[in-house]
Structures are given as structure tokens and as C-alpha cells.
Write a protein that binds this ligand. Structure first.
Ligand code: NAD
Length: 419
């Protein structure tokens, strides 16, 4: 019996078993590596604007504490359940280990439809969620960050709530804060910038010139919009983007800075243009050089995978590709170059780590320093993944996850089992 269930958790478990088989990890060791250390479920009551009281269910899963504190985002979305949160926490562990960060993985979330909430209600929910988590988190225990549906403002409310209870300002309790509230330069851009940087590295490997190259992006939030901006700055054409309201297509390339200004002001891409409307269901299978899923899990299933027409699949989102789709991609390995999520979107946690280090030291870096160090870590992990994939004749995902799982396993075995 386990509390963890659902398609996203099954997917994380299934992927782990593929890696464990490849690494020949004995069965008796597997649960200790896969099953989360702790899961917390809380009820978050808030006053609604109409005077009624509503209760929202919140979660936090801390996957492993072997490497240091746990680290991971907080998701506010209607899909959130304990299985999804656990899967995301597990992926964070392999991601942090691959990047060489001193963290285990965590994730949290609240099951809520933000379209039904006012700004005041969102603040109340954010503060109550953090207040409920205070006994379980801390700068040396578990450090939160943003994810889908949360942003710098929510992180500032988390930090303020925690600090009020401590009687002192504790900026290092969360990352992804505004720069003027203890955040770091370059965190807002970090994930999307990292996605664009890695896609560009692969373009160099495949001898694709940026001028004239095309990109398609699903999701135009934090990750999708900054990845788009990165491509735009490389001189590429971003020919299509989508979000929860619809899709836009322009074969000549969308005006990304203008679209970002519009989305920041209005909360979505809706209303940007009447002429450029496109069917969102067809976005993932458009012909392009770089495809970036940057929204939800499990959007690339076996059927979509068979129909992909991109040269590079850069996974900005966590878990966008199902294991069945992975089998299809492995069959056509030479057609699509996969940059797996735990590498591709790891720029976010890498710069979150820099934010935590700067907060602990109260010594802040220039943005160039942040970017230089981010790319250094991404490049190292990319090179390790490629070398491993070639040496073992395995997929990029298997290689990236194998490196992460191996590091966690080595740390656990060296520390031993208490008592
Ligand atoms: P966000 O809330 O800023 O943006 C999410 C975007 O996805 C929005 O544009 C939304 O409209 C769109 N979207 C939602 N449902 C959609 C649908 N059905 N079709 C098309 N678009 C849809 O979230 P984010 O922070 O950009 O995160 C996106 C993904 O990247 C998530 O999987 C998240 O876990 C992952 N990720 C985020 C970070 C980070 O630093 N923010 C880091 C690593 C991974």
C-alpha cells in the first residue's frame, strides 16, 4: 500500500525502474532510492472576498535528505495531487544530483484553480500554505521555489510569512524571490535561458545555423517566454507559441519582446493578434528545428512522438514525454535529439542554488557572474550526459538519469543506514 498514485507518479517510478535495471541495482535497494522520505498534507482555510471560508488541500513531498536540504518548487494548479507532487520531487533529486548541487528533491503544491481567485485571496492562500509548512521546512531542511502558478510575488509572501514567525528576516528560506527582497539577478530568466543555451549547443553539434532556424514553444509562462526570448536573441524565428488560452503562428517569426510585454500585462497571449490564431492541438507536431514543451506533464505521448517534426526536443517542462513516447524516440534516435527535462530545465534550480548561497553569505553577485556559472554547470552536465550515452549506447534520458541516480546511490551507501 502506498499513498502515491496516479499517472505522473507511475511515470516517475517506471523511469526509475528502467534506470535501476540498466545500473543493475538490486531489488532490495530500490525502494530506499525511489520512495519519498516525507509527505505532508495540510488544509489551508482562507476567507474569500464574499465573506465565506474556503479550504484548499496543500502538499509538500521531500524525496531524500541524503545530500543536504531538499529543494523544489511549489505548484498552484487544479491538477495537483500527492502523486504528482511526489513524482516532481523524485525528478528534482536526479536533477540536483546530475548538476552536482548539494540538495535532495522536494516539491509542493496546492490544488486550486487560480482563475477563480482574487489577488487578495491568492495572498491569503500563499501565506496560510507557508504557515502550515513552517514545522517541516527551513533553510537547512527544505527550501521552496516557484513552479507553475506561483511567481516572485508568492515567494516574497512565503519569505515574509516565515520571517514573521522567526522574528527576523530569513531570505534563504525560499528562492525565486524579487531581487529587492533577497533574490538573485538572473533567476527569473534562468530556466528559459538555460533551455535556449542547451538547444544552441545541440544546434552547434548538428551544424544548424541560428539564422533561419525555427522554434516552437508550448507554454508562454516563465520558462516558455524566456526560452523564446533566448531564441529570438540568437536570431532564430519563433514561429509558434501556445498557452492555456490558445496558440499563435507566424512563419516569419513572432515578435517575442512584444508578445512578452502583452502576456505580462494581460496574463496570457490571448488578444495579442486576431490574424495569427492557430490550432493549439497542432503546435507540438509543427515542423521546426527546436520544439520546447514548457507547460504540462505527459503532453508528448506515443502518438505525438510518432508525428514529431522537430530536430531537437528541448524539454522545458517537467515530465512532458511519457515512457511510451520515449520508446518511440529511442526507435528514431537519429531523427530527434532529446535534451531531457532533468538537464534541459535545470538552469532554474542551479540559479536557485546561487540565490540560496548568496542569501546565506549576504554577498550578492553581478548578473554576468550568475550566467557564467549557470552555463558552466549546464555545459558540464551536458557533456557528461553525451559521453555516458555514447559509451553505454543508451538514450539521453537514461544517461542523464543514470548519472543522477548513481550519485544518490553512492551517497546513501557511503553514509550507511541508520541506526
Ligand atoms: P508558468 O505558470 O509560469 O507558465 C505555465 C504556462 O503553461 C502558461 O503560459 C500557461 O498558460 C501554459 N499552459 C497551461 N496549460 C496549458 C495547456 N494545456 N496548453 C498549453 N499551455 C498551457 O509555469 P513555469 O514556471 O513556466 O513552468 C512550466 C513548466 O516548467 C512546468 O512543467 C514546471 O514544472 C517546469 N519548470 C519550471 C521551472 C521554473 O523555474 N519556473 C524550472 C524547472 C521546470
Amino acid at each position: 500500500m502506498t499513498v502515491y498514485s496516479g499517472p505522473v507518479f507511475d511515470m516517475a517510478a517506471n523511469q526509475f525502474n528502467v534506470i535501476a535495471n540498466h545500473l543493475e541495482i538490486p531489488m532490495e535497494e530500490r525502494d530506499r532510492l525511489l520512495m519519498p522520505k516525507r509527505a505532508i498534507t495540510v488544509s489551508c482555510p482562507i476567507h474569500r472576498d464574499d465573506g465565506s471560508v474556503a479550504v484548499f488541500e496543500g502538499y509538500r513531498v521531500q524525496h531524500l535528505l541524503t545530500m543536504g536540504p531538499t529543494k523544489g518548487g511549489t505548484r498552484f494548479a487544479p491538477s495537483v495531487d500527492i502523486g504528482e507532487v511526489a513524482a516532481l520531487a523524485i525528478w528534482m533529486s536526479w536533477k540536483c544530483a546530475l548538476a552536482g548541487l548539494p540538495y535532495g528533491g522536494a516539491k509542493g503544491g496546492v490544488n486550486v484553480d487560480l482563475t477563480t481567485m482574487s489577488g487578495r485571496e491568492l495572498e491569503a492562500l500563499s501565506r496560510r500554505y507557508m504557515q502550515e509548512m513552517i514545522p517541516f521546512v527551513g533553510p537547512r531542511t527544505d527550501v521552496m521555489a516557484p513552479d507553475m502558478g506561483t511567481n516572485e510575488q508568492v515567494m516574497a509572501w512565503f519569505m515574509d510569512t516565515y520571517s514573521m514567525y522567526q522574528g527576523q528576516t530569513v531570505t534563504e528560506i525560499v528562492t525565486g524571490k524579487p531581487v529587492f527582497a533577497g533574490g538573485t539577478l538572473g533567476r527569473r530568466e534562468a530556466t528559459g535561458r538555460g533551455v535556449a543555451h542547451l538547444a544552441k549547443r545541440v544546434m552547434d553539434v548538428l551544424a544548424i545555423k541560428p539564422s533561419g532556424a525555427t522554434a516552437v514553444i508550448q507554454g508562454f509562462g516563465n520558462v516558455g517566454s524566456y526560452a523564446a526570448l533566448g531564441f529570438h536573441q540568437f536570431g532564430m524565428k519563433v514561429i509558434a507559441v501556445s498557452d492555456h488560452t490558445g496558440a499563435l503562428y507566424d512563419s516569419g517569426g513572432l515578435d517575442i519582446p512584444a508578445l512578452m510585454r502583452h502576456a505580462n500585462k494581460h496574463g496570457s497571449i490571448a488578444g495579442f493578434s486576431n490574424e495569427l490564431h492557430f490550432d493549439p492541438a497542432q503546435v507540438l507536431t509543427l515542423p521546426c528545428d527546436v520544439l520546447v514543451p514548457a507547460a504540462m506533464e505527459r503532453v508528448i505521448d506515443a502518438k505525438v512522438a510518432e508525428n514529431l517534426k522537430c530536430r531537437i526536443l528541448a524539454e522545458g517542462a517537467n515530465g512532458p514525454t511519457t515512457p511510451e513516447a520515449d520508446l518511440v524516440l529511442e526507435k528514431h534516435q537519429n531523427d530527434v535529439f532529446l535534451i531531457p527535462d532533468i538537464l534541459c530545465n535545470s538552469g532554474g534550480v542551479v540559479v536557485s542554488y546561487f540565490e540560496w548561497v548568496q542569501d546565506l553569505q549576504q554577498l550578492f553577485w553581478e548578473e554576468e557572474e550568475v550566467m557564467r556559472r549557470e552555463y558552466q554547470i549546464l555545459d558540464r552536465a551536458f557533456d557528461q550526459m553525451l559521453t555516458r550515452a555514447k559509451a553505454d549506447k543508451i538514450s539521453h534520458r537514461t544517461a542523464a538519469m543514470a548519472i543522477g541516480v548513481e550519485k544518490v546511490r553512492a551517497a546513501k551507501n557511503t553514509r550507511g543506514l541508520f541506526p
